[in-house]
Design a protein around this ligand. Structure first.
Ligand code: TYM
Length: 331
């Protein structure tokens, strides 16, 4: 059986990018694999959240995991910081992670650009912590969006380096996984290539957004004056709207607006109205469950306790074996 591991950072509510890039695969994978899905709260400390925000965001993600259909009886759902074994493995991996390779990582370079006033060591070593998350359970598959591809490559480097250094085939090589043909990247409503929360508030639609907020955001999405010649290539912002329509609307709807675009008859207002209704329809069942679960503190506590217990069994075994391999022996 495959071991599957993945996590999501608690930085607010989950958006459509998180859902289609990762969560949708989590839900399918839990049926036939041994899955560990966690809330990456250690990782979220790179931006220095307040204690209240941190806890609130962890709760949001937990509620949204459950509302979307993750089943704590099938998959192990846990909070990263409930597994200090991850932090120990992170320390050990850092000894063989080179500053040069960490500095070359695309996400690190992006963070330097986004937050030049806060380039901390946690940002630099983000990929080693992520590798620790994955190999602590000796995972084979990691369902993630396209933006995490390089982190997975680095995880394989660190796992292989450990194996070579100690001359043992201990860690498997984990691969990024999706049920789609390629890893997914959901674009933003603001014309950006990736829907994300941190860059621009209007770029992302959250699973918990009420219908009127969804409509407002979609109607405000960036467009242009429209095509002037038949079959003209689509500018990025327009391509983004069509990409969103491809995942959220049915095929006929997509084809209808695509044909209108190609014959220069498209009215973006009509297209956005349709897209907004399709997003509202898609998110409706999640929204209801999110509301219902948010007030059930007792159940949420049970879920994380059970998850931590199950995750610890796997993590403690790995740490015990890794310590032995490294040569930390008891007298
Ligand atoms: P994070 O929290 O930024 O995103 C969580 C997951 O959502 C995916 N995602 C997207 N997919 C498609 N289109 C988008 N616009 C989009 N935005 C986000 C991400 O690819 C990711 O799968 N480093 C990870 C968290 C993490 C992790 C791990 C993941 C920590 N440890 C171990 C896997 C295994 C992150 O920052 O994801």
């Amino acid at each position: 059986m495959n071991i599957v591991v993945s996590g999501i950072r608690p930085t607010g509510n989950l958006h459509l990018g998180n859902y289609f890039g990762a969560l949708k695969s989590f839900i399918r994978m839990q049926e036939e694999n041994q899955c560990f899905f966690f809330i990456a709260d250690y990782h979220s400390l790179t931006t220095h959240p307040t204690p209240a925000d941190l806890h609130g965001n962890v709760k949001n993600v937990l509620v949204e995991f459950l509302a979307c259909g993750l089943d704590p009886e099938k998959a192990t759902l846990y909070v990263q910081s409930d597994l200090p074994e991850t932090a120990e493995l992170y320390l050990l991996l850092n000894m063989n992670a080179y500053v040069g390779e960490l500095e070359r990582c695309t996400s690190f370079k992006e963070k330097i650009r986004q937050q030049p006033q806060n380039v901390n060591a946690g940002l630099l070593t983000y990929p080693t912590l992520m590798a620790a998350d994955i190999i602590i359970h000796r995972a084979h598959k990691v369902p993630v969006g396209k933006d995490q591809e390089q982190h997975l490559e680095m995880t394989r480097t660190f796992a292989n380096r450990f194996n070579r250094l100690y001359n043992i085939e201990y860690f498997p090589e984990p691969v990024a996984y999706t049920f789609e043909e390629n890893l997914v990247k959901i674009p933003g409503l603001d014309g950006s290539l990736k829907m994300s929360k941190s860059e621009n508030e209007n770029s992302a639609i959250f699973l918990a957004d009420p219908p009127e907020v969804i409509r407002k955001k979609v109607m405000r999405a960036v467009t242009d004056a429209g095509p002037t010649e038949p079959n003209q290539p689509k500018p990025q912002a327009i391509e983004n709207l069509f990409s969103l329509m491809k995942v959220l609307s049915d095929a006929e709807t997509y084809d209808h607006f695509n044909a209108l675009y190609n014959s220069c008859q498209i009215r973006y207002g009509d297209m956005k109205k349709q897209l907004a209704e399709d997003v509202v329809r898609f998110t409706e069942p999640f929204r209801e469950k999110i509301l219902e679960l948010s007030s059930n503190e007792e159940y949420l506590r049970k879920v994380v306790e059970m998850g931590a217990e199950k995750a610890r069994i796997s993590a403690q075994k790995t740490i015990r074996e890794v310590r032995e391999i490294i040569g930390f022996k008891s007298f």
